[in-house]
Design a protein around this ligand. Structure first.
Ligand code: ASP
Length: 340
């Protein structure tokens, strides 16, 4: 039987009612006691790295989770992390960068309802996560939720209440779990390089979501205080004229002389950016050699930049090249992307 390590972090799955609202309280052992069938699937040990609502997850918690996997990597065949759903997509993306080329599966799951509720998705999600983690062909970081497997860099929480909370963005489901078995749609490609753990995440990054009529006065402040700014633009990507003058002013000062990073992303969840289509995007992109997020999720874009900025002495050109290097299927290249 495979040996799987369960790593508890809190979230609704482990929550109980209190006078202040739902709050995580159940330990990993208590969670397991609700799903005795797991014992038929694999041998499980469990540890608890924290017990928090995932609203409170920060990069320091990702380091704790990655360390729990790293410290136990040789002892187990796979890992199941129980996590709140609110920031689960960020954690799955962050761990995809912090733990690369893992031939052992690292499965992240959670639930929309506490495991102690009469009606809950928690028991199914937990059991199916163990089934997937114990499968011979599973590897790398993935989410198992509502019967579907989602690549760690491709998830987005799109529903606040329903059991099908997560959608896979711009990438197919590699597998589903049905009738207690894994049905794989995408064959597993074995890694050539050994597993690699990264320990730093630089969180000096700000996401600016554009709205119609946005005023430019915030730009100098952002450029002064953050190493990286992600602009969440409209459609395939562009910069509104209200921002252009100030943007050129701060970009000249900060990007050229102080090595700040600016990445263009889009508010449109599906199909990704292409700044070269419209005049509002094409010029600014070429004037400043901007990086763009293309088909990546926002969660992957943000956490990939945190990982890249955490690497020692990276120049802008290195960051750009590595940003455009695929990790755990996070970015797909097409011939519309000439800068890659
Ligand atoms: N607020 C909870 C959390 O993210 C929601 C959930 O787990 O579904 O921890």
């Amino acid at each position: 039987m495979k040996k799987i390590l369960m790593i508890g972090t809190g979230g609704t799955i482990a929550s109980q009612s209190s006078e202040f609202g739902l709050t995580p309280g159940l330990s990993t052992e208590e969670l397991l006691s609700y799903v005795p069938k797991v014992a038929d699937v694999c041998e499980v040990d469990s540890i608890q790295v924290c017990s928090i609502d995932s609203t409170n997850v920060t990069p320091d918690y990702w380091k704790l989770m990655a360390k729990a996997v790293e410290d136990n990597y040789d002892k187990y065949d796979g890992f199941v992390i129980c996590h709140g759903t609110d920031t689960l997509a960020y954690t799955a993306a962050a761990l995809s960068y912090m733990i690369q080329n893992s031939t052992k599966p690292i499965v992240i799951t959670g639930a929309q309802r506490p495991i102690s509720n009469d009606i809950t998705d928690a028991k199914t999600n937990l059991l199916e996560s163990f089934i997937y983690a114990a499968d011979d062909d599973s590897q790398d970081v993935s989410i198992v939720f509502d019967g579907k497997v989602i690549v760690g860099t491709r998830a987005k929480k799109e529903r606040a209440k329903s059991f099908n909370a997560f959608t896979s963005i711009n990438f197919p489901h590699p597998a589903i779990v049905q009738d207690d078995r894994v049905i794989r749609y995408i064959p597993t490609v074995p890694f050539k390089d050994p597993v690699k753990f990264y320990h730093e995440m630089n969180d000096s990054i700000f996401l600016l979501k554009l709205i119609p009529g946005i005023q430019p006065d915030i730009l100098p402040y952002l450029f002064e205080h953050y190493d990286c700014i992600v602009l969440e633009s409209f459609g395939v990507g562009g910069l509104p004229t209200t921002l252009t003058d100030e943007f050129y002013h701060v970009m000249k000062e900060w990007i050229e002389t102080k090595g700040k990073i600016v990445v263009m992303a889009t508010q449109v969840v599906n199909e990704g950016s292409n700044m070269t289509v419209y005049e509002v995007g094409k010029k600014v992109k070429s004037d400043f050699n901007l990086i763009e997020a293309y088909d990546m999720t926002l969660e992957a874009t943000i956490t990939k930049l945190m990982w890249l900025m955490g690497l020692p002495t990276m120049q802008y050109a290195d960051i750009k090249k590595m940003f455009y290097t695929t990790v755990n299927n996070d970015i797909i290249f097409t011939k519309n992307q000439p800068d890659i």
